[in-house]
Ligand binder design. Structure first.
Ligand code: CAO
Length: 449
């Protein structure tokens, strides 16, 4: 008996419409209940939508690029008794644009219901699969994370490919199955800057490395294992890729901020009632924007053989949180004044510490600042936040005696450590950028020039 059923998009949480980015079945396929049919994507995550009935696919009603919402018919399925039995472990997953694998916990599939049917998507974050039926919970995102659908993630996992090392050629740089295949081919021919399998040793950029030491530490004393936080896992994978793939060089310089700090203190006294604290970070953001304008190759990203020069100035800053490092981004910093920059960075830093930053608030950065000045240190080597080309590390200011020709005078001195991607930026350009930045901080009136 023919029993053709329209299979609809189920409740997809907070989203009105989402875009179809993949069709996972074709006409004539036999699908089981809870098998994924299509992948959809919002601006924050991708999600596979399953069918809750099994049968033979008679027609597909959507195509890649279509916008769908709850109730949209995805396809028609001719139900068959055998195929409509619930699959034992098919857990559809929302994938964060993150490199960590999503171990999908089996969720009991819904028993097939009369047509039209809408199955319930289940969400998996990079760490856990949450069977939170019908509620789309957005996972944490950080700049530069891999962007791929759950099926491509699964494919990559099966091949042992670290998606953070794969360049996506799909819309919005999404990683496609072909990209993973291309990466594996390149790795096998010894050309990829990555390993396709790392458990027993790694081949990075052709380097044969020893396997990571496996040691039973309990032989030496008592130990307590502590799993890395989700943010640490995500940022760690990004930092690792950036450190390995970008030839970093750090230019160290210093700025005389005696007058700037005096101005900051005065402004804070005057502004005491406003509640807005003028921070050194706000001055640094402003000065970096001016330097990026003067040296546009720093406000760019590398895309194959060409530079993408950006005409906007979105500045990220590293924020230390109880769960690890995140980089909120201040958009259009060139259009904001010092008070606004101070206010916004303070608010974003608070949101970061409270774990409330949205993925959008961590995207689109052109250049980053990592300020450890409030903590300590003299100089350090910050790791570039790819695909940016440079990052400024700021250490603790200190009073330095400087000879003025007649006597030693005290000078409040700020250490500046500029790490840059040497594939694009020459040492001389970096030295000029850092020296220019120092001159702006030494005499902030120059910003107006
Ligand atoms: N030298 C000396 N003192 C400094 C300073 C500097 N460069 N920068 C800030 N300070 C002082 C401030 O004067 C302030 O002192 P008071 O409390 O006495 O006024 C104190 O440090 C706090 O400063 P602030 O409120 O301006 O905050 P901040 O700019 O230091 O920090 C933020 C903001 C978000 C950058 C910080 O909280 C943070 O997370 N820093 C860590 C970043 C990080 O982890 N980087 C490493 C990443 S790996 O590359």
């Amino acid at each position: 008996m023919s029993n053709v059923t329209a299979v609809q998009v189920p409740d997809i949480g907070d989203f009105d419409t989402v875009e179809v980015i993949e069709i996972l079945v074709k006409v004539g396929d036999t699908v089981k209940a809870e098998q994924s049919l299509i992948t959809v994507e919002s601006d924050k995550a991708s999600m596979e939508i399953p069918t809750s009935i099994g049968g033979v696919v008679k027609s597909i009603e959507v195509k890649v690029g279509d916008k769908v919402k709850q109730g949209s018919v995805m396809l028609h399925v001719e139900a068959s008794a055998a195929a409509s039995a619930p699959a034992p472990a098919a857990a559809p997953a929302v994938a964060a644009p993150a490199p960590a694998p999503a171990p999908a916990t089996a969720a009991p599939a819904a028993v097939s219901a009369p047509a039209p049917v809408a199955s319930t998507p289940v969400i998996a974050t990079p760490q856990t699969a949450a069977p939170a039926a019908g509620k789309l919970e957005m996972p944490v995102s950080t700049a530069g994370m891999a962007h791929a659908s759950p099926s491509v993630r699964k494919f990559a996992r099966e091949l042992g490919v670290d998606l953070s090392l794969v360049t996506g050629t799909g819309p919005k740089n999404r990683i496609l199955q072909e990209d993973v295949q291309g990466f594996v081919k390149l790795a096998l021919s010894g050309g990829a800057g990555a390993s396709a399998g790392s458990a027993s040793g790694a081949s990075i950029g052709g380097l044969e490395l020893l396997p990571w030491p496996k040691i039973d530490f309990t032989k030496f004393g008592e130990v307590t294992p502590k799993p890395l936080s989700r943010i640490k896992k995500i940022s760690g994978a990004n930092l690792h890729r950036n450190w390995v793939m970008i030839p970093h060089v750090t230019n160290n310089d210093e700025a005389n901020i005696t007058e700037l700090e005096a101005l900051r203190v005065t402004l804070n006294k005057e502004n005491e009632k406003s509640g807005i604290k003028v921070t050194m970070l706000a001055f640094l953001i402003k000065a970096c924007v001016a330097a990026l304008k003067k040296f546009p190759e720093f406000n760019a990203s590398l895309d194959g053989d060409q530079l993408i020069l950006k005409q906007y100035f979105h500045i990220g800053f590293a924020a230390d949180t109880p769960n690890g490092l995140v980089v909120p981004v201040i958009r259009d910093a060139d259009k904001k004044g010092i008070l606004e920059l101070a206010n916004e960075s303070t608010e974003l830093a608070k949101k970061a510490r409270d774990g409330k930053l949205s993925p959008a608030e961590m995207q689109g950065g052109c250049f980053s600042i990592s300020s450890l000045g409030g903590i300590g240190g003299t100089h350090f080597t910050p790791i570039i936040n790819a695909p940016e080309l440079a990052i400024l590390g700021v250490s603790r200011s200190y009073m330095k005696p400087v000879w003025d020709g007649k006597a030693f005078v005290p000078q409040l001195t700020l250490p500046l450590s500029l790490s840059y991607d040497h594939r694009v930026i020459d040492g001389a350009s970096a030295a000029r950028f850092n020296a220019y930045l120092g001159s702006l901080l030494a005499d902030f009136r120059r910003i107006a020039l």
